[in-house]
Design a protein around this ligand. Structure first.
Ligand code: CMC
Length: 427
């Protein structure tokens, strides 16, 4: 680690301070020594939405948003998407290294060992109204799952944590598939341990429909899961760490991260893109009118823009490529023409150029999911399955980080000074 010094002179007092600079950054807490009067709390930095605050040191995922680079544990996302599998990538994210054959086989078999959910959980899932949003059901079912494993609260026990990591990897897809079957009025399809992770998931959704279980589609599903597996300190990963910091069981933390992912500005964008294309834009001819609305700030172009990427999201680039192999099997998605034209027009307009707005991971993923026969409300559920190993990797890293404590941001209070209670009759 490189160490430097930042010298600050406070023009209010004329005092100078020297702050350690480590890897180009200062510790926010070092600002606290800067005060006008001794009885002051000391200076903080105001950073709504944490746009310029590093909350942790992490060796899980690297993003260079200007260059459009994404790496898991140093491996380029394109190579992992091309050559690896979701379970291998999960092991890489959680443990830090690509496993050798023996370790990979053990990991796969350990995950499979947990390939069934308690009957009561199945009953909970099938007691939801069929038209419930699957993300609401998934959040509830993941939290409920934790109640069956009270030892999962023992988060300082690494063996226990490993068991719960395997269980979450195995069972989040099962919860998702069981609700899908229930929502369609179809009988539950239990997991099949002879299948790969993604094949088993698609089989639990679509057993008996051979077209939807085509190996090319299974591969595409696995690739999509890999592309979604981690994305450093995004909204849901931060929630995973923040919830985890109060030391609940990992099921509760994953349920809270799932809730954070649900919103349309985060993982819910894939669903919102499909709705935008289907219900708002509808035809290529309507694109200019829609983009005018976007530029007047009357609408968002869903699937565009990113807090970190200020160039093309490498995941979107890869997904666009992967879509071809899916469409060869399923036939092209009629919405693809609208999406391609929308992208091409948007990327040539000043509004998007000036703000560096490019397609993100959610712009094209929904078109693939839809062609695979997955209903739109399930799209963010697929994101959840893909992202679960990333959350678990972030959680594990958090637990082992001696710098970390319970998350507790400060505020700048802007309310009233002390004032006396006013009786109801006098208000
Ligand atoms: N459509 C229109 N304008 C946009 C969009 C968009 N999709 N995204 C950003 N802008 C504008 C924004 O209005 C602002 O304009 P101005 O400078 O005039 O105020 C400027 O671009 C900068 O945007 P920002 O809102 O400050 O950026 P942010 O980092 O706070 O937000 C974002 C990032 C992803 C929430 C946002 O780009 C967005 O709402 N995109 C649409 C939803 C979406 O696709 N989300 C999925 C993100 S990728 C999957 C994931 O990992 O979650």
């Amino acid at each position: 680690m490189s160490k430097d010094i930042l010298s600050i002179t406070d023009s209010r007092t004329g005092k100078s301070y020297e702050l350690d600079v480590t890897d180009g950054n200062i510790r926010a807490k070092d600002l606290r020594q800067i005060k006008v009067n001794d009885d002051e709390f000391g200076m903080m930095s105001y950073d709504p939405s944490f746009e310029n605050t590093a909350s942790c040191k992490s060796s899980v995922t690297f993003i260079d948003g200007d260059k459009g680079i994404l790496r898991y544990r140093g491996y380029p996302i394109e190579q992992l998407a091309e050559k690896s599998t979701q379970l291998e990538v999960s092991k890489l994210l959680i443990d830090g290294e690509l496993p050798n054959k023996v370790d990979l086989d053990k990991w796969i078999s350990d995950v499979k060992e947990f390939n069934s959910v308690p009957k009561e959980i199945e009953n909970i899932i099938t007691s939801f109204p069929k038209n419930s949003h699957p993300m609401g059901v998934l959040i509830s079912a993941i939290a409920a799952l934790g109640t069956f494993y009270p030892n999962s609260k023992e988060i300082s026990d690494e063996e226990e944590n490993y068991k719960n990591i395997c269980r979450l990897m195995a069972q989040v897809p099962i919860l998702a598939a069981y609700f899908y079957r229930h929502s369609q009025g179809l009988p539950i399809v239990p997991p099949d341990n002879s299948m790969s992770y993604s094949e088993n998931f698609l089989n639990m959704l679509f057993q008996g429909d051979e077209k939807k279980l085509n190996p090319v589609l299974v591969d595409a599903m696995d690739t999509l899961l890999i592309l979604h597996a981690d994305h450093e300190q995004n909204c849901s990963a931060s929630v995973m760490r923040n919830t985890g910091s109060s030391e609940p069981d990992p099921y509760s933390a994953v349920a809270s991260a799932t809730a954070a992912l649900y919103g349309p500005l985060h993982g819910g964008a894939n669903e919102a893109v499909l709705e935008m294309l289907t219900n708002e834009i509808k035809t290529v001819d309507n694109i200019p009118e829609f983009l005018e609305k976007v530029q007047k700030k009357e609408a968002l172009l869903m699937g565009f823009g990113h807090r970190v990427y200020k160039s093309y999201d490498p995941r979107a680039k890869y997904i666009k490529k992967a879509a071809d192999s899916v469409f060869e099997i399923t036939g092209t998605n009629p919405l693809l023409d609208i999406a391609l034209e929308l992208e091409s027009i948007a990327l040539s307009e000043d509004y998007f150029i000036q703000r560096n707005l490019y397609p993100n991971v959610d712009f094209y993923s929904g078109l693939i999911y839809q062609s695979m026969g997955i209903p739109t409300p399930m799209f963010t559920v697929l994101f959840t399955i893909g992202r679960t190993p990333g959350w678990l990797a972030q959680w594990k890293e958090f637990l082992n980080d001696k710098d970390q404590k319970i998350a507790r941001p400060r505020q700048i209070y802007t309310g009233y000074d002390s004032r006396d209670y006013v009786e109801l009759s006098s208000r």
